[in-house]
Design a binder for this molecule. Structure first.
Ligand SMILES: [Zn+2]
Length: 66
């Protein structure tokens, strides 16, 4: 029986949720997108964060639209 220490999960990531946020300091907007995944085999979770800036006069970035 393999020990838990040597256990290597071949993760199967399932998308859980996406969180969108934006902060403005006037002219510049900081966009944040946070994707949360969990492994349906070992239940480990991970987050993938993406950040970017844009001017308030510009349209929202494509990756941030929802
Ligand atoms: Zn896993």
């Amino acid at each position: 029986m393999p020990s838990i220490d040597g256990f290597q999960c071949e993760h199967k990531w399932v998308h859980l949720s996406t969180h969108y946020d934006r902060k403005s300091n006037g002219y510049v907007i900081m966009y944040t997108k946070l994707d949360t995944f969990f492994c349906e085999k070992c239940c480990e979770t991970r987050e993938i964060k993406r950040e970017g800036q844009g001017y308030s006069s510009d349209p929202e970035p494509i990756w941030w639209r929802h």
